[in-house]
Design a protein around this ligand. Structure first.
Ligand code: MG
Length: 264
């Protein structure tokens, strides 16, 4: 595979995080060195994550802590920030089912968060590790009262060293069923995410991720090149649907960096 150079002409690597750079709180072996080699080869980095539970600063800190790579928070595109940008100017307050990072993203565009469902112009949903029946009930009432329905992402699961745990899509799915409505979704593979990434990227884009239905589908939808790693959710090629086939499959980010022209 090394002779068909996937890096040819690439200006920006759009790098997924969970399952690529780290798994839960542990770095994926060799990911920090790989990121340094990619930067040294003159390729720009954009970290694109559907994770809505961390601010860009917290994401950058986690990359540093797990992989030993000093990431710029400005290079982090998270689904909470994209969602907030889309809601800016549409509503004054939102009811959040999710973590504090969503509240912070909304505050960044002037949207207050409220616990009162009758005040909510929108319901914003992401991964909520403190989900309760009461919270789902108030969100359902807000949605049935006409609030806008925005989801940061619809990931079914996310990878941890223990195995796959329920993702943001589980909360979104519960509220879609309870409200009888479909959300506006911002995370990968949705075009809103691609637009925000494109605004930060230079040159042709290569996307690397561990999930065909988000990472590879994002690249296919935007006309970008894609690489699938087998260090996260996807463990074998047999799990990849044919319409979400990547341009290349590698074991890890380290193996992808190993294909850089300067490294071969
Ligand atoms: Mg991932």
């Amino acid at each position: 595979m090394a002779d068909s150079n996937i890096w040819e002409g690439i200006g920006t690597l759009v790098c997924d995080l969970d399952g690529v750079v780290y798994l839960g709180d542990e770095g994926v072996a060799g990911s920090g060195e790989a990121l340094r080699a990619i930067v040294e080869a003159g390729v720009e980095l954009v970290f694109a994550t559907n994770n809505s539970t961390k601010t860009p600063e917290q994401v950058a800190a986690k990359i540093a802590a797990t992989a030993g790579f000093a990431a710029d928070p400005e290079a982090v595109v998270g689904s909470a920030q994209v969602t907030a940008a889309r809601l800016a100017g549409l509503v004054e307050s939102a009811f959040v089912v999710g973590g504090a990072a969503i509240d912070a993203a909304l505050a960044g565009v002037g949207i207050a968060t409220t616990d009162d469902w009758q005040d909510a112009g929108a319901v914003v949903v992401g991964l909520d590790t403190a989900i309760t029946y009461d919270k789902l009930s108030r969100a359902t009432l807000a949605l049935r009262n006409g609030a806008l329905f925005y989801a940061t992402n619809t990931d079914s699961t996310y990878p941890t060293p223990r195995g796959l745990l329920p993702g943001g899509g589980v909360m979104v799915g519960a509220l879609a069923i309870a409200s009888g409505r479909d959300p506006v979704v911002s995370g990968k593979p949705h075009p809103a995410m691609a637009e925000h990434i494109a605004a930060r990227a230079t040159g042709p884009i290569l996307v690397v991720g561990d999930r065909p239905e988000t990472d590879v589908a994002l690249a296919i939808g935007a006309g970008w090149t894609s690489a699938l790693v087998l260090s996260g959710v996807t463990r074998s090629l047999e799990e990849v649907p044919f319409d979400q086939a990547p341009d290349i499959v590698v074991a890890s980010l380290a193996d992808l960096a190993g294909l850089l022209p300067a490294a071969s």
